[in-house]
Write a protein that binds this ligand. Structure first.
Ligand code: GLU
Length: 499
């Protein structure tokens, strides 16, 4: 491998659960590196853990990657020259490598039972050894004897014969040189009792067979890398460049977990209607920075700017509020027509229009999206925030009712007086609305600030939103007047409950 060798990198997930932001971030860095360098991005499915893999997890992963727009050049569905891309279909390849290591004496069979191993660890612990290791009891067991026991059907594993006096240095693009001593690494298992290779073994064989130039993976694998380096050496393989990307933490600076707020499967962000470009943008900032203040990136800007050298060795923090704010930046810059197309399923789901919508409904949706798109962070809350514009019935925020409608005795009178004035406005536009509103409030001796808040609550059901007069303009005169009068009546009769 020379500096000019075209980049080949892989994302190598074990499909054992749903795909969350931490996994996606590692895939994204790998994909961005491939796209930035014009290299090849390979997707390899590490499905050797028969007990934990599920077809649903594979489908979830592929669908998540497709949705985010991380396309793969080789792998499931697309094939390629270095397949198969499922480890479960590569067992013969691992077996050949195992046979070779056994033949060269670099690996050996071990028949220690789980009970024996537990006893061994227990005994070491009792001697004060905090990290007990395999004691090498089958290291020199004659291979002919071993083969006889295997033929007789005895359960066994294959272990790597680790030479004890070696220094292993991981030269990592993000963390620099990290040194390990081989004596701390143990004679680790390479093939399990069920005949399946362990991760470290299969990974080295595949990364070599698939001609990987760089191995980019999560930091949690850094401790596996020295074992892998020993295997590369034993098999005479050339080392790829390693790059371990930092862990993702929650806002309490603990390892990200499914229970953390806002941490969901990638596909549930799709379900909420957060734009995929926004998710990609936010994930890219988890552990990478462009070296400037820029935080908004389109997909192509990310590809252009991304380098592994700018990946930080420090942990990054997943903060759902930050994801929301990046989400809203992307909504803002998406043109209204594309947004409507993306958001229509959410409008349909909330029964704000027919499926497909009528021309009249589309026009109303367009006006709503124009008014509201700067305040939403995903397509679902964009549609939800439009309910008061598109439907006669709309939910009333109970906290807002308390604070904005029930606090001041003058509120119903103010709403009625202002409604009467608005009913007279002929030319329903921003300025005439504001003028009629303020004049009515002042001449009635009402507190205009309170009247503005109360009107917003009455007409939109929410204490927040775009400028009041813009809202009133969008809702339309007759509906505004009717709503203000109706709410004033409900306040008087005590029908309206706060929380
Ligand atoms: N299957 C491993 C994982 O999902 C891959 C690690 C690697 O990229 O080498 O963590």
């Amino acid at each position: 491998m020379t500096p000019d060798t075209p980049v080949r990198v892989r994302f190598a997930p074990s499909p054992t659960g749903y795909w969350h932001p931490g996994n996606a971030r590692t895939a994204l860095f790998t994909w961005l590196f491939a796209r930035h360098t014009g290299g090849t991005f390979v997707l390899r499915i590490e499905d050797t853990d028969q007990a934990r893999n599920t077809p649903e997890a594979i489908e979830n992963l592929l669908e998540s990657m497709r949705w985010l727009g991380m396309d793969w050049d080789e792998g499931p569905e697309v094939g390629g020259d270095y397949g198969p891309y499922f480890q479960s279909e590569r067992l013969d390849i691992y077996r050949q490598a195992m046979d070779q290591l056994l033949a060269e004496g670099k690996a050996y069979y071990c028949f220690a039972t789980p009970e024996e191993l537990e006893q061994m660890r227990e005994e070491q612990r009792s001697r004060g050894i905090s990290a007990p290791k395999y004691d090498g009891r089958y290291r020199d067991y004659p291979i002919e004897e071993a083969r006889k026991r295997i033929e007789a059907g005895e359960r066994h594993v294959v272990r790597f014969r680790t030479e004890l006096d070696q220094d292993v240095v991981v030269d990592d693009i993000v963390r620099g040189e990290v040194s390990f001593k081989s004596k701390d690494l143990d004679d680790f298992v390479i093939v399990k009792g069920d005949g399946f290779p362990v991760y470290n073994f299969a990974c080295v064989i595949d990364d070599t067979a698939m001609a990987m130039t760089h191995v980019i993976r999560a930091e949690e694998h850094l401790s596996n890398t020295p074992r892998q380096i020993l295997l590369y050496r034993a098999m005479g393989y050339e080392l790829p460049r390693f790059c371990h990307v930092p862990v993702v933490l929650n806002t309490q600076r603990k390892k990200l977990s499914k229970r953390d707020p806002g941490v969901q499967s990638i596909l549930s962000y799709r379900g909420e209607g957060i734009l995929p470009e926004a998710v990609m943008n936010y994930l890219a900032l988890l552990g990478w920075s462009p070296g400037s203040e820029q935080e908004f990136f389109t997909r192509s800007q990310l590809i252009e700017a991304f380098t592994l050298e700018r990946v930080s060795p420090s942990p990054s923090v997943f903060d759902v509020r930050k994801l929301e704010s990046v989400g809203s930046e992307h909504l803002k810059v998406t043109d209204t027509d594309s947004l409507i197309e993306l958001a229509l399923p959410f409008f349909v789901e909330l029964e704000l229009c027919a499926d497909p919508p009528t021309g009249e409904e589309l026009a109303a949706i367009k006006a709503a999206v124009d008014l509201l798109k700067t305040r939403a962070w995903n397509l679902r809350n964009l549609a939800e925030s439009a309910i008061y514009l598109l439907r006669g019935e709309y939910p009333m925020d109970p906290k807002g009712v308390n604070k904005r409608l029930l606090k001041h005795d003058e509120t119903p009178a103010a709403l009625e007086a202002i409604a009467d004035a608005l009913a007279q406005v002929e030319d329903w536009g921003l300025e005439p609305i504001e003028e009629a509103f303020r004049t009515a409030s002042e001449s009635g001796g009402f507190h205009t600030g309170n009247a503005i808040h109360a009107t917003r609550m009455a007409v939109t059901g929410s204490p927040k939103g775009p400028g009041l007069f813009e809202c009133l303009e969008a809702v339309g005169r007759d509906r505004v007047v009717e709503r203000m009068r109706k709410v004033a009546g409900q306040v008087r009769t005590g029908e309206l409950a706060g929380d």
